[in-house]
Each structure stands twice: as structure tokens, then as C-alpha cells.
Design a protein around this ligand. Structure first.
Ligand code: FAD
Ligand code: MLT
Ligand code: ZN
Length: 473
């Protein structure tokens, strides 16, 4: 169906002219909302709705519900599974939450903050820091990703090992339901056993059950001190063994434990401005280890203990400890720079998978063989959150091959990874979600009873199927 003009008129009357951007009047501005960050998912829309308040969202959702028109909630548009963009039918409206940027409350004593959905993750971190507290979720996209988006995807990132995922940091939500009702669940309570934990239904739902308009999240004591090391290791088994050593010697302070393959580091060194290899020789794998706390000297000693113990067990090929903030930033670039630079190797096939941590070496060994058999020379740009058993096993075409090679073999390459992940008891989506990209794969690899339960929940909350249709289920 097409979106009726009278609906767009009613939305413009309700939200004001700043609240509705039509493709007819502002094609360039609308264009940025219909393609994802990688340019891998592209759709179309007659208009982008830009509500400025919860009341605006409720009105827009109600009007669309009455007209039977579908909505695609969107925040920073940094999602990696196509969940944030409309399909190509031109019959879905984008609901952009970026104007809802108020920090409604920050409570350092109670340890909570209440912010609107369009506040960026960095904005939330800054609001916490402003009262001497920490909001610990951290991602490469944090300058652009919004609180609504990280909630809707249950984002993870580089601090999950210590602090958990977005779900674990959420105390309450305000949600506009698919018919336009507002659920005010903005509670900062640490204990609340009054039936089903409804907020958790919306976290990770990727906008398919309602629109998150605000959230109350946990704040933690600040950890201004950091001790950071970049460690070269021979293989993923050594990285996993190093994780065990780090947990033994620095358990409470260990915040980040990330692995990066040489192939991935090589791309960063070639393409990220300012990137520099701290070692004189290349190594097959690297680990970024970071401890965080309140006293720099204590952390430094503990990190030293970790590295000495790991060296005694023959796990360390080389290591460097950051001597200050600038060196720390340089080491982090070797890890965080990977997503940004992979485009230089052509289009990519992303695989965001988890297995039990002990199974990571087996996963890499088996998929190396299987991928090579499918497409000789395929580049494994592998990196990720080893402390969570989560690898980004991202593929690029063989050097010098045409882009089409990767596209033509995409299904077989992905199957080589997902079959092995499933055999090892893992998940085909660790932290990015399903969106449109992995919806059907979840039916292939997921448990059928679980998938049907999800469809039951979707039908119960959104019987007309107007909230981000075609995503997740
Ligand atoms: P969008 O991309 O706009 O939307 C994502 C999904 O959420 C869509 O389905 C959308 O419909 C829905 N949505 C958005 N806002 C709302 C709302 N208010 N209510 C309901 N639904 C909504 N992810 C990780 O987990 N860990 C990482 O380490 C990580 N690193 C990244 C690094 C880079 C460079 C990039 C580009 C992405 C990375 N991501 C990572 C992906 C991550 O999912 C997103 O960055 C973030 O969670 C999405 O936020 P967003 O505001 O951009 O949401
Ligand atoms: C990251 O951890 O850098 C992202 O989640 C990975 C990606 O961009 O695939
Ligand atoms: Zn990640």
C-alpha cells in the first residue's frame, strides 16, 4: 500500500513542519535515513517522522496505527543487521528519535540516570561522568548510536566481560506501544518482583514491539584509572589461556579482553590515519587487555602480574603496556579501527557469533578450513570480544578478486561459519541482532519452539504487524 497524503497531512499538523521530512520536499535529507551505515541495506520511504517528545511519538504511532501504515524506528542508524532501514516498498515511514535528546534525571547516590531515546551513548556516558559516575557500555559507534538503539539491539561492546550487556544495565523503560498507548515503566528500583519483567521484552526487540522513548539505566562508581596492554600471541588458544590468567590475577579489575587477527590489524595499519604497529615483527594474533579501577599504580602492578604469569606459561610472543593516555588511544585504535577500515578491502560479509569461550580455538580452526574450501584466499578479518566468547568473523574477498566473488559465494561462506557455530553450541547473533539480514537464518538455526514463542509475543503486542515489519520474526 502507499502512504496516504491525508496521513502525512495529519502527521504534519500534529508534529509541526520540523516533525515531518518528506522525500518529495527534502530528498537528500531523507536519503540518509533509508540506507544503513555500511551501505549494505537500502530501502525507501515517503517521509521521516521526527518527533520531539513522547507525546509526539504517541500521536504519530496512533495515527499510523489507525491508517494501517508501518513504522521503522531509527536512532543513529549504526545498526549492522538492516533493522534500522525501511524495506523497498515505499510504504513504511521512518520514525527517527534523534530529536528526543533530554537528560531527564541523573542520580549519583541512587546510581541511575533517566534519558530520552535520542541521547547518544556518549551523551549518556558524559552525563554520568558529570556527576562522578560511570555508564560502562562502550562501542566503536558510541558517538552516533543512541540510547534507544543500543537498548533495541541489546548492544554489547568492549566492557561486557565486566559490566554485562545493555539489558543488564537497564532499570526501567518508557515505551510507546504499537497502538499509541504510552507505558511508563521508568522505575529506578533495584528490586521489583511484581510479575513479568516487561522491560526486557523491549530490550533486544529491534523496534518490533514498540518504540522506546526513554530509559532509566544503572550508573556505577567511576573508574578513572586504566592499565592497558597490547599482547601478541601465537594463536586463539593462547588468547583463551591468557584470558584465564588475567581472570586469575585481575578478576575484579579486568574490563576488556579483545582479540584481533593479523589480517585485521594489517588493514588498520594500512588505512587508519595515525595507526602504528608497536612491535617490530608481525604476529598472527593480538589481544587488547585493559584493567580499570581507581588507583593507577595498583592496576599497573596487577597488569604486570598478569603479563609475567602469562609469559611464564609461554603465552606471550610480545607485549607492550600503554605508558599514558596517548599510547592507550593508539593501542585501542588497532582494535576499534577495524570496523571502519574493512570497507577498504571491498564489501564485507559480517558474522557476529558466540560460542562457549573454550570452543573459540576449535571454531577458528574449523572455519579456517571450511572457508578456504568454499573460497580459496577469502580474507578472515577476525576480531572481537573473546572475554564474551564473541567473534566478529567478518569476511572480505580474496586480494585482487572482483567484488562479485564474495557475493556469489556468500551463502556457502556463511553456512560454513554458522554450521560450525551451531555444532559448538553457539549463537549466530551475539550482539548485533537479527534485523532483516538474519531473520530467516534464525528460523534455520534457531529452536522452532523458541521462534514460535517469539511470533506469539509479536502477535500479542503488535497484532497488525506495523512495528518494524520484516525484522526479527
Ligand atoms: P539504529 O541503527 O538506528 O537502530 C538499530 C535497531 O534498533 C533497529 O532495528 C531500529 O528499528 C531499532 N531502534 C532504534 N531506536 C529505537 C527506539 N527508540 N525504539 C525502538 N527501536 C529502536 N554493537 C555491539 O553490540 N557491540 C559493538 O561493539 C558494536 N560496535 C559497533 C561499531 C561500529 C563502528 C558500528 C557502526 C556499529 C557497532 N555496533 C556494535 C552495532 C550496534 O548495534 C549499534 O551501533 C547500536 O546498538 C545501534 O544504535 P543506533 O542508535 O544507531 O540504532
Ligand atoms: C565491533 O565490535 O567492533 C563491532 O561490533 C563489529 C563489527 O563492526 O562487525
Ligand atoms: Zn562487537
Amino acid at each position: 500500500m502507499t502512504v496516504p497524503d491525508r496521513l502525512l497531512d495529519a502527521l504534519t499538523t500534529a508534529l509541526g513542519s520540523a516533525g515531518v521530512l518528506t522525500a518529495a520536499a527534502s530528498p537528500d535529507d531523507v536519503a540518509g535515513h533509508v540506507v544503513d551505515w555500511r551501505g549494505a541495506h537500502r530501502g525507501s520511504t515517503p517521509a521521516v517522522l521526527r518527533p520531539g517528545s513522547t507525546a509526539d511519538v504517541a500521536t504519530a504511532v496512533r495515527l499510523c496505527h489507525e491508517a494501517g501504515v508501518a513504522l521503522v524506528p531509527q536512532g543513529g542508524n549504526t545498526g549492522l543487521c538492516g533493522g534500522c532501514v525501511p524495506d523497498g516498498s515505499g510504504s513504511q515511514l521512518v520514525l527517527w528519535l534523534g530529536r528526543m535528546r533530554a537528560v531527564r534525571d541523573v542520580d549519583p547516590v541512587g546510581g541511575s540516570a533517566t534519558v530520552e531515546a535520542g541521547v547518544t551513548l556518549r551523551g549518556l556516558q558524559d552525563a554520568a561522568a558529570g556527576v562522578g559516575r560511570l555508564f560502562p557500555l562502550s562501542l566503536g559507534s558510541e558517538g552516533t548510536a543512541t540510547v534507544g538503539g543500543v537498548l533495541a539491539t541489546n548492544a554489547g561492546g568492549t566492557g561486557v566481560l565486566r559490566y554485562g550487556m545493555m539489558r543488564d544495565l537497564t532499570l526501567g523503560l518508557e515505551v510507546v506501544l504499537p497502538d499509541g498507548q504510552v507505558w511508563d515503566g521508568l522505575r529506578a528500583l533495584r528490586k521489583d518482583n511484581t510479575g513479568y519483567d516487561l522491560k526486557q521484552l523491549f530490550v533486544g526487540a529491534e523496534g518490533t514491539l514498540g518504540v522506546i522513548t526513554a530509559a532509566t539505566v544503572r550508573l556505577l562508581p567511576a573508574t578513572p584509572a586504566r592499565a592497558t596492554a597490547w599482547v601478541a600471541v601465537h594463536d586463539v588458544a593462547a588468547a583463551v589461556a591468557l584470558l584465564a590468567v588475567a581472570q586469575e590475577h585481575a578478576a575484579g579489575d579486568l574490563t576488556t579482553f579483545e582479540v584481533v587477527s593479523r589480517e585485521a590489524v594489517g588493514l588498520v595499519l594500512d588505512h587508519a590515519p595515525g595507526a602504528r604497529d608497536p612491535f617490530s615483527a608481525a604476529h598472527p594474533w593480538y589481544v587488547l587487555v585493559e584493567l580499570a579501577g581507581s588507583v593507577t599504580e595498583t592496576l599497573g602492578t596487577r597488569l604486570e602480574e598478569v603479563l609475567v604469569a602469562a609469559d611464564e606459561r609461554g603465552l606471550v610472543a610480545d607485549a607492550v603496556v600503554a605508558g599514558g593516555p596517548a599510547q592507550r588511544t593508539a593501542l585501542w585504535l588497532l582494535r576499534e579501527g577495524v570496523s571502519e577500515v574493512q570497507g577498504h578491502a571491498g564489501p564485507s560479509l559480517k558474522h557476529d557469533v558466540t560460542v562457549p569461550i573454550a570452543a573459540l580455538p576449535a571454531l577458528v580452526a574449523a572455519t579456517d578450513r571450511a572457508l578456504e574450501a568454499v573460497l580459496p584466499g577469502v580474507r578472515r578479518i577476525t576480531y572481537g570480544h573473546v572475554g564474551d566468547g564473541n567473534l566478529h568473523h567478518n569476511l572480505s574477498k580474496p586480494v585482487g578478486a572482483p567484488d562479485a566473488v564474495l557475493r556469489d559465494r556468500a551463502d556457502a561462506l556463511s553456512a560454513a561459519i554458522y554450521d560450525e557455530v551451531t555444532r559448538l553450541g553457539g549463537s549466530i547473533s551475539a550482539e548485533h541482532g537479527l534485523g532483516s539480514a538474519k531473520r530467516d537464518l534464525a528460523d534455520v538455526y534457531g529452536d522452532p519452539v523458541e521462534r514460535e514463542l517469539m511470533r506469539t509475543v509479536k502477535r500479542a503486542l503488535d497484532p497488525r504487524g506495523l512495528m518494524n515489519p520484516g525484522k526479527v520474526v
